[in-house]
Ligand binder design. Structure first.
Ligand code: ANZ
Ligand code: ZN
Length: 841
């Protein structure tokens, strides 16, 4: 049998599309259903498209093509997340200007993207490094500033000694290393810009509810944990110094029910009580200095503690008994809650081990029992809720949750026992304001001028953008390159016209990407980031496709921007969340060979087809994230050249569920390629026939009915898979099944039902294999010249609407509709198998 050249078909149609794209004349089905916004996370222009890119853009392209066929007015834009460190590092290493390097990469990757057969709205293309874009990033910064949500604060920051920049907390991993350079992060005190994300913390948690069932559960959980809401209480403990009343220490607790088990208070080193005590206690001062020194390294907390001399605390329940010590220790997080903890060794892990090390010898006081009359073992803390025991006096036999409520009530009011309230309900959040200043060059300059007379002055709108000078010397040493450019730094104050200096920080690139989906709505608007009308039309983004590595930061920041813009009326009221549905695609792993003895990764040419090394030993095969060091990368361009874009796209979908890891196995793509060959053959057998319209489809024979039934099932599962469940791999297997059934069908090639099913099959296939689909469509309809530019575009597959089929095609061969009557009234209609019919009546 003859085979066709699949790569040639893909390229042929892509050439036509490029021309049509440039004249804005790509065929589009009638737009009857309103707007639909499909977005994929825009790439960083590193210079080469990788398999991960190919996967995400294939998915979003397929979903958007499906929506277009359904009759939606589809937005499917593409752009570049173009600021960031790699450009600067390339400049340091190779002496090219970051702008030049970035723009070159963009044009190269754009070319590569064209090869995958995607349909993107290139007329909306944006790059965050262009003044036309960052002008508005700066404007948004100033809006935040105007509302008190961009502010400067001296703070101890994470300093990356390799990249020479400050990092946000989110950019430091659990082992205290930079997410980018891998360096152990140091601490420094600097003046930094922050964005007030915590202003919206409540809505940021609450609104996660509205995304349930629409975002992956895992991502919702990660968002929730990151914001870290804790519901509890602030309670005040009376304190004495040298036996004299010295005010109170307020502690945040989520376990008010354990308060009778308090045996000490623990304070963060920055707590005011500690600062005051240090003035009179040189030993404490020294201890604090020691803690301070440790901050420049990573270390385990809770290993050092200092008991404040002559300071003691009483319980609000027993305000006369000052028997509890007050300690300074670094396991109390500065800036969380009140920076003070009520220590309950019996019921908290950290308090228990602290007490073992630093306690005064008293045994932990257990106040919660697992059940009534049942004691918890005393060699470890009992951390679950339970039943309060007799130690708690009047609260004996209360359940933990009830005790929390009742005690809160007790503490909140002044009574004959409490002269004043000793506590109140309190909700604490882990989330901190977002540190956005970077002492690096390749980013949007902070649009602020520092004037000796007027202070911090926003750059007026008419002077935006504050341009990043592009001819600058980047050495990579000595802090921000902008700070070294007198031309950039020196300016006149917009308020008093006196000499002033520009802020030399640039913004975290996550700021750029927090609003790019809004710029796509209105990409050429010179005076505003976007118009409210365009937002009203297309927001929220209906489907957002991207990597799960952005499950926390990027999504949180975009949600924050959306909430901020909504709060100042820049977004329509119905928009509370930016992304309606989220599809997080899995990574692409490559086949990795290594020497089983040394673990060394092998080059592909070091193993033969059976996976044996030169010396005959079998190499170990694993699947791992593609990387240069593991020699397991696959270049998408090479793959596309070899197999064709359509085959590659189908393979990407078919090889694994979209949200799971895709093990890139070239051997499996052969199967997909053969499937398309079969489908082509099937089409050429029926070439040039007249296809019946759906209203003329009347099955007469059993074979015809069976074929229609399978078609209807496939239409339904495919529609569902594209629109709701994103089960994209089963869409392909369903389609393969349809092809195979057609191949095996005894019906002649010119049978109208068979022709109809085949034509509909091609429509279902179009989102996945657009070029191949067009080729077959033209062949089937006998219009091979359809690829000519001037041809009637309405005959193209790309102009067709999504098939809906007919419900009644589903009815099984051996069933019939049966009306069930009870007491002479029709109750329901059901399908029953023919041979059983008599029995039911
Ligand atoms: C007494 C207690 C008893 C606590 C018990 C827990 C268990 P989350 O859920 O993370 O909010 N805490 C309060 N402020 C702290 C700080 N700045 N640094 C470190 N720990 C702090 O944790 C709240 C609990 O963590 C609070 O409840 C407090 O200890 C501690 F059996 O109070 B708990
Ligand atoms: Zn001034």
């Amino acid at each position: 049998t003859t085979t066709i050249n699949l790569p040639a078909i893909s390229t042929k149609w892509q050439q036509l599309w490029r021309k049509e794209q440039s004249t804005n004349s790509l065929p589009t089905p009638p737009e009857t259903k309103g707007p639909h916004y499909t977005l994929s996370m825009f790439p960083y222009p590193s210079g080469a498209l990788h398999m991960g890119h190919l996967r995400v853009y294939t998915i979003s392209d397929i979903l958007s093509r499906f929506r277009r066929m359904q009759g939606y007015t589809v937005l499917h834009p593409m752009g570049w997340d173009a600021f960031g460190l790699p450009a600067e590092n390339a400049a340091i290493e190779r002496g090219v200007q970051p702008g030049e390097w970035t723009r070159k990469n963009i044009s190269k990757m754009k070319e590569q993207l064209g090869g995958m057969g995607g349909r993107f709205d290139w007329e909306r293309e944006i790059a965050t490094c262009e003044p036309e874009y960052y002008k508005h990033t700066q404007k948004l910064f100033l809006l935040l500033h105007e509302h008190g949500l961009a502010y400067r604060k001296k703070s101890i920051v994470n300093w990356d000694p390799i990249d020479m920049t400050v990092l946000a907390n989110e950019q430091v991993d659990a082992s205290g290393r930079s997410w980018r350079s891998g360096a152990v992060v140091e601490k420094k005190e600097l003046d930094q810009w922050f964005l007030g994300i915590t202003k919206f913390q409540e809505a940021l948690v609450d609104d996660l509810k509205t995304l349930e069932g629409k975002w992956p559960e895992r991502v919702l959980k990660m968002q929730e944990n990151w914001i870290g809401r804790s519901v509890g209480a602030n309670v005040r403990f009376p304190v004495q110094v040298d036996g004299k009343d010295a005010g109170e220490v307020e502690c945040f607790t989520t376990r008010l029910d354990t308060i009778h088990g308090v045996m000490f208070l623990a304070l963060a080193p920055s707590h005011p009580v500690v600062k005051e005590a240090a003035e009179k206690d040189p030993e404490l001062k020294q201890f604090l200095e020691e803690l301070e020194k440790r901050k420049t390294t990573t270390y385990e907390t809770g290993q050092l503690a200092y008991r404040l001399k002559d300071v003691s605390a009483a319980s609000p329940f027993a305000p006369k008994l000052f028997e509890n010590g007050v300690y300074v220790t670094d396991y109390v997080v500065d800036g969380y809650g009140t920076g003070a903890v009520m220590g309950v060794p019996a019921h908290d892990e950290r308090d228990f081990s602290f007490w073992q090390k630093f306690g005064d010898g008293r045994a932990p006081i257990f106040v919660i029992d697992p059940a009534e009359g049942v004691r918890a073992p005393t060699d470890r803390p009992y951390t679950n809720p339970g039943i309060l025991n007799e130690v708690t006096g009047q609260w004996n036999l209360f359940r933990s949750a009830d005790a929390r409520k009742a005690m809160l009530e007790y503490f909140s009011h002044a009574t004959w026992k409490l002269q004043k309230p000793q506590g109140e309900a309190k909700v604490s959040y882990r989330l901190r304001d977002w540190l956005v200043s970077r002492q690096r060059y390749w980013g949007a300059p902070v649009p602020i001028i520092h004037c000796p007379t007027c202070g911090e002055v926003p750059v007026p709108d008419k002077d935006l953008p504050v341009r990043l000078p592009e001819d600058i010397n980047i050495s990579g040493r000595g802090g921000s390159p902008l700070a070294q450019s007198d031309e950039f730094v020196n300016c006149t104050c917009p308020k008093c016209s006196g000499p002033a200096k520009r802020d030399t920080d640039t913004m975290d690139t996550f700021v750029d990407s927090s609003w790019y989906f809004l710029r796509f709505l209105d990409p050429h608007n010179p005076s505003h980031p976007f118009s409210k009308e365009s937002a009203a039309k297309f927001l929220p983004v209906n489907t957002y496709v991207g990597g799960v590595e952005h499950a926390i930061l990027h999504l949180l920041y975009s949600r924050f921007f959306t909430k901020f813009l909504a709060s100042i009326g820049m977004l329509p009221e119905h928009v509370t969340e930016p992304f309606e549905r989220l599809l997080t695609q899995g990574m692409v792993h490559g086949r990795t060979y290594s020497d089983p003895e040394t673990g060394r990764f092998l080059l592909p040419e070091e193993v033969d087809a059976e996976g044996r090394m030169k010396d005959g030993r079998q190499a170990t095969v694993t699947w791992e994230k593609m990387s240069k060091s593991k020699h397991n990368g696959v270049d998408p361009t090479v793959c596309i050249e070899k197999w064709g874009a359509d085959t590659t796209r189908a393979h990407i979908l078919f090889a694994s569920p979209a949200s799971e890891v895709l093990e890139w196995d070239e051997e499996k793509i052969v199967g997909v390629s053969r499937w398309l060959q079969r489908l082509y053959k099937l089409t050429s057998d029926s070439a040039g026939q007249k296809i019946p319209a759906v209203e003329d489809v009347k099955a007469a024979t059993k074979e015809e009915r069976e074929l229609l039934r399978l078609l209807q099932r496939t239409i339904e599962s495919t529609t569902q898979g594209f629109a709701e469940t994103y089960t994209l791999n089963t869409i392909i297997s369903d389609m393969i099944k349809l092809t195979n059934t057609l191949v095996a069908s005894p019906l002649p090639a010119d049978n109208p039902i068979r022709l109809f099913v085949l034509a509909t099959h091609l429509k279902l296939l179009f989102p996945v294999c657009p070029a191949f689909g067009e080729e077959c469509w033209a062949l089937l309809h006998g219009t091979p010249d359809v690829a000519a530019e001037a041809s009637d575009k309405s005959t193209r597959l790309e102009a067709q609407t999504w098939p809906e089929g007919r419900k009644e095609w589903l009815r099984e061969e051996n069933v019939t509709e049966c009306v069930v009557q009870v007491n002479g009234r029709v109750r329901f209609v059901m399908d029953v198998e023919v041979e059983k019919k008599g029995g039911v009546d």
